[in-house]
Design a binder for this molecule. Structure first.
Ligand SMILES: Cc1ncc(COP(=O)(O)O)c(C=O)c1O
Length: 463
């Protein structure tokens, strides 16, 4: 990375940030800042060219690796041909990307649908909520405890954490939040080996009597239009539900005409080894959203797919949604290239992510045996996690988790005699879960490196 040009020193950047940048985003969750100068493949580089193995990949926005050449070239080409066009007009790559996604879903789910673009995960989730409200005329939604759908005022209404709404009040009805099947900390105190899906049964009980507040058994009318779900909790700590959970849940939704909205913003784009994570669970969405890695981080673009019945031009006509930058040509060009790669490499991606994800998880299981401060490890494909606990293996240990993550960012680890760092992120109900999000092309050697670096960090702080 020796071509890195230093415009400002690290301390000059920090001084400008301290004086002129709002601290309202997430940068200042951390006191100490590591300043990065460059990125490539699985690595970020600081001003001394120290490589940091990145196991968070811009919150899963760069699944195909930093500076992926094919996507970069496509974007440069688009800059040289038609970089700008009003969203008032349709053009080639917008139509082509919509076609790719609609056809991918027809193949996977057997459902014909259409695609609406917007600029980010929160915005497309807003669009999906509008679509469901428009179709059902019901503003109320079910959502998961531990789910995360964005930080606009509308999406915080279906995101369970009150802290995201706390300072802003309400524009829409807050969702009815349903416990996610977080089996390590089962909200009902059950053991998943013999719980018989008790959590789904509890959800179904809501419809037994009018007094449970969601349904009128006399008219058969439910007050709720839809259920918004992440297939695997992302910000909630990379919690993988039991294999049959969504099948059982969907039976209840179908019985009471509740539409199923799937948020694939973080778990889509092969994060779990399938184009969409919900494919693992054998159920079909009525509407779904995608964002982040659809452009591999090259330009803000996100989208909502919905089945024809909900989104055809008669029920969702011109003007029901709009944003100036929706379907921008740089984003759709990048998205088209990403989807082309996914199509061409589907088999290889599926088998390699399954194999390497298993290898990574085996490494984490080895660390779980070694350290009492690891309560459990979890994973599906490359959506992996380590639950950091006290030595009892259960009590959440947030401080220890923070110490480990901060130490990785100091860039003073070593692998095969060379100085390096490790970029990790945390999540979970108690912010004690290390979420592990490698690029999809991570090599076997880099996985060995990752396990060794995580081991080095735990050996500094943990028992
Ligand atoms: C599952 C999920 N939905 C929605 C969002 C919001 O996306 P954005 O940050 O692009 O608004 C995120 C972001 O992390 C997410 O993980």
């Amino acid at each position: 990375m020796s071509d890195t040009k230093i415009l400002l020193s690290d301390s000059e950047i920090k001084a400008l940030d301290a004086e002129y940048c709002s601290w309202g985003d997430t940068v200042h969750y951390h006191d100490e800042q590591t300043i990065f100068r460059n990125c490539e493949g699985s690595y970020m580089y600081d001003s001394k060219d120290t490589p940091y193995l990145d196991l968070q990949m811009w919150y899963s926005s760069c699944n195909l690796g930093y500076k992926n050449k094919r996507i970069l070239d496509a974007v440069i080409n688009q800059y040289q041909t038609m970089p700008q066009i009003s969203s008032r007009f349709v053009y080639d790559y917008k139509a082509l990307l919509a076609e790719k996604i609609a056809k991918a879903n027809l193949k996977r789910y057997g459902i014909k649908g259409r695609v609406q673009f917007n600029v980010g995960g929160a915005q497309v989730n807003e669009d999906m909520l509008k679509l469901i409200r428009n179709y059902t005329k019901k503003p109320r939604m079910f959502a998961f405890m531990g789910g995360y759908h964005g930080r606009t005022i509308g999406t915080t209404a279906v995101t369970s954490s009150y802290r995201y709404r706390e300072h802003f009040g309400h524009i829409s009805d807050t969702a009815h939040f349903v416990p996610f099947p977080y089996c390590f900390r089962c909200p009902y105190g059950k053991k998943c080996e013999n719980c018989d899906m008790y959590c789904v049964k509890q959800f179904a009980r809501l419809f037994e009597s009018e007094y449970h507040g969601v349904y009128d058994p006399n008219t058969g009318d439910c007050e709720f239009g839809g259920f918004i779900a992440e297939p695997i909790l992302g910000t909630g700590g990379y919690i993988v539900p039991p294999k049959n959970y969504f099948k059982e849940l969907k039976k209840v939704l179908d019985e009471f005409n509740i539409l199923f909205m799937v948020d694939e913003v973080q778990m889509g784009c092969f994060r779990t080894g399938k184009l969409w994570a919900m494919e693992h669970f054998g159920v079909k969405p009525d509407a779904m959203t995608f964002a982040k890695s659809i452009t591999n981080g090259m330009n803000p673009l996100a989208g909502m797919w919905a089945k024809e019945e909900l989104i055809n031009p008669k029920v969702f006509p011109a003007g029901r949604t709009h944003s100036t930058y929706a379907a921008n040509p740089i984003g759709t060009r990048a998205g088209y290239e990403v989807m082309s790669i996914f199509e061409e490499q589907q088999q290889e991606l599926e088998s390699e992510i399954a194999r390497k994800g298993e290898k990574f998880l085996d490494g984490l299981k080895m660390l779980e045996k070694k350290y009492k401060n690891i309560g459990t490890v979890n994973g599906l494909g490359f959506a992996l996690s380590i639950e950091v606990t006290e030595t009892d293996g259960f009590t959440p240990a947030k401080k220890l988790c923070d110490d480990i993550i901060e130490a990785g960012l100091r860039g003073n680890l070593s692998y095969k005699g060379k100085k390096c760092g490790l970029i990790l992120n945390n999540g979970g109900y108690y912010k004690n879960i290390i979420t592990i999000v490698p690029q999809l092309y991570i090599t076997d050697e880099e996985i060995d490196m990752a396990i060794e670096l995580i081991d080095q960090l735990f050996s500094r702080f943990a028992n």
